[in-house]
Design a protein around this ligand. Structure first.
Ligand code: FAD
Ligand code: EPU
Length: 339
């Protein structure tokens, strides 16, 4: 039996810790419960939101509709062929628990994505990525329920149109599907991805002469914990902006003025510039507005000191966007979903 809760404070339901109210909230632990919700008049007539861990949303107002919390559970091996294993996880599993499960089974492919907050069901939405790996690298397919009809459909990798922090679910299919399960193609023989950032150095510091799944996972966790604020201590949603991809010509001309501006290759004629660098070098790092600010360790992360409203955070982000545009002719795009 599903329970419809009304007038719920969403503060515990989003890692930014923004206090707004949801008119209705319903938690689903099975496909049948989801279909029951989809047939309900409240779902049919009011605004809808599917929520996993609430770690990539910024609420700027009360949500005058239905919040469906996805808590579908279960991880299973679908098949095994040679070195490859197909593994399906229900959407409501906690992403990091799924990663730990894979490591325990010696299935390689997601270890670099350790400690990313949130649910398995949300991982394809923005093609989560960290330390040189993105979901698209291990993605096989997903199952989703149509939010209008309740029809179940499978999406393969090509259909999902994954890009940097992007997929079809942020574009043409936005809000149309409730993801119920994701299938990953993992490997029994790891393909190490340890060149990125300080992973190699951290592995050595931990005493690993050769990488292992546990070691890489631990190294990634240590690096993340040293850089990113813990939402339990300081409300945040990870990187607030995407790293902008700009024309190589623009980058070359900016280098004349800002010789230390870093960049990474991003396809023919394009480079990616770390937004954290742009924000830090514009004097915003550690900036504090009334109840929110720019993290002092990682300038790409906006934080809530406790009582911020979503609009305060959003206004701060607008000031940063305007300032960066003026200084560098680069328009920052928000990564966080604004509601
Ligand atoms: P939510 O915030 O609940 O939802 C995000 C969006 O997905 C919403 O639009 C929601 O409607 C939709 N959605 C959620 N579940 C479903 C579903 N089952 N079906 C359909 N739509 C759904 N991201 C990275 O990519 N890399 C990082 O390194 C990273 N680091 C982070 C560090 C911190 C400290 C924090 C707080 C966040 C970080 N993030 C990172 C962002 C976040 O972890 C990811 O975006 C994650 O996938 C969000 O999962 P969630 O379940 O919390 O999604
Ligand atoms: N930098 C600064 N100052 C800062 C922060 C960063 O100058 O305050 C510059 C430095 O040059 C640094 C570079 O930015 O070398 C990269 O910084 P970092 O390694 O911390 O990564 P990021 O580009 O800021 C991205 C992702 C993260 C992901 C990490 C690790 C985006 C938007 N963010 O951050 O993802 O964990 O790389 O792979 O692509 C998220 O999406 O929420 C997220 C945290």
């Amino acid at each position: 039996m599903i329970v419809w809760q009304s007038n719920i404070d969403l503060k515990p339901w989003n890692t930014f810790g923004i206090s707004v109210r949801a008119k209705w909230m319903v938690t689903c632990t099975s496909l049948e419960e989801m279909r029951e919700v989809i047939q309900d008049d409240r779902w049919k007539t009011l605004p809808r939101l599917v929520l996993g861990g609430g770690s990539n949303v910024l609420f700027t107002r009360d949500f005058e509709g239905v919040v469906l919390v996805n808590r579908l559970q279960g991880i299973r091996q679908v098949s095994e062929q040679g070195d490859q294993v197909l593994v399906e996880s229900a959407a409501g599993e906690v992403w990091h628990s799924f990663v730990l499960h894979c490591i325990q089974k010696q299935w390689a492919g997601v270890e670099n994505l350790s400690l990313i907050p949130g649910s398995v069901g949300a991982c394809p939405i923005q093609n989560i990525g960290a330390y040189g790996v993105e979901i698209k690298d291990v993605f096989e397919s997903l199952e989703a329920v149509n939010a209008e009809s309740g029809e179940l459909r499978s999406f393969d990798k090509a259909t999902c149109q994954f890009g940097y922090r992007d997929s079809i679910f942020k574009n043409a299919e936005k809000g149309k599907w409730i993801i119920t399960a994701v299938t990953f193609r993992l490997f029994k023989t790891p393909k190490w991805n340890i060149q990125y950032g300080d992973i190699q150095k951290e592995l050595e510091r931990l005493g690993y002469s050769e990488p292992t799944l546990v070691g890489v996972s631990q190294a990634v966790m240590n690096i993340r914990q040293s850089k990113l604020p813990d939402p339990k201590v300081l409300g945040n949603a990870g990187s607030f902006f995407k790293n902008p991809v700009i024309e190589a010509d623009l980058y070359e001309s900016l280098l004349q003025e800002f010789p230390s501006m870093p960049s990474y290759p991003a396809g023919p004629g394009k480079v990616k510039v770390p937004a954290g660098w742009l924000i830090e070098h514009s004097g915003w790092k550690g900036h504090r507005a009334a109840h929110c600010g720019v993290n002092e360790k990682q300038a790409l992360v906006l934080v809530n000191f406790g009582e911020a409203t979503g609009n305060e955070v959003y206004d701060l982000s607008t000031q940063i966007v305007n300032d960066i545009t003026q200084r560098y002719r680069i328009t920052l795009e928000r990564e966080v979903n604004i509601l």
